[in-house]
Write a protein that binds this ligand. Structure first.
Ligand code: RP5
Length: 177
């Protein structure tokens, strides 16, 4: 069973939407990060340009269905996050997908350059983007969920332990051969 399937077992709190199924391999890490925190999500392919009515319907009904945060990934003229934000007051986190002639810069600018009044929070182009989008979603949910907040604190401690381990390793003298 994949992480995406596991995440669907509980009532979804996070919607992961993407402009194409070609974005799916990148976005698996967003779903697996949410699963690590026990946060259920739903995953949809909804193109802002190829299926705008579906995006509008999804965005307008998401909050009613219990979704609290939307993560929207798209490449190129990446308007999906903005289109979701335009049709909902839920927090929207945009994931700019790399691809094509401009190495993700096109998607990054299309995602972040929202007009005043309709914000989209955006994460980095590349592998850290979907993971950080999921972590940001968990942080938003943790404002009203103490158990989730504790998991985030443990996660940060784990990150610190990894840094300390790497630090010890670079400081230890090379082994005698
Ligand atoms: C965007 O265009 C999608 O989000 C995807 O990143 C990119 C390419 O889409 P496909 O041509 O692979 O469907 O809309």
């Amino acid at each position: 069973m994949t992480r995406m399937q596991t995440n669907r077992q509980k009532r979804p709190l996070v919607g992961i939407v993407m402009g194409s199924d070609s974005d799916l391999p990148l976005m698996e890490s967003a779903a697996s990060t949410l699963a690590r925190f026990g946060v259920a999500c739903e995953t949809r392919v909804l193109s802002a340009h190829r299926a705008p009515a579906l995006v509008a319907n999804y965005s307008a009904s998401a909050a009613r269905r219990g979704i609290q945060v939307v993560i929207a990934a798209a490449g190129g003229a990446a308007h999906l996050a903005g289109a979701v934000a335009a049709n909902s007051i839920l927090p929207v986190i945009g994931v700019p997908v790399q691809g094509g002639a401009f190495a993700g810069m096109d998607a990054l600018l299309s995602t972040v350059q929202m007009p005043s009044g309709v914000p989209v929070a955006a994460v980095a182009v590349g592998a850290s983007g979907p993971v950080n989008a999921a972590l940001l979603a968990v942080q938003i949910l943790a404002l009203r969920d103490r158990a989730l907040a504790r998991k985030l604190v443990s996660y940060r401690r784990l990150l610190q332990r990894k840094v300390m381990k790497a630090d010890r390793k670079v400081q230890s003298p090379p082994e005698l051969k």
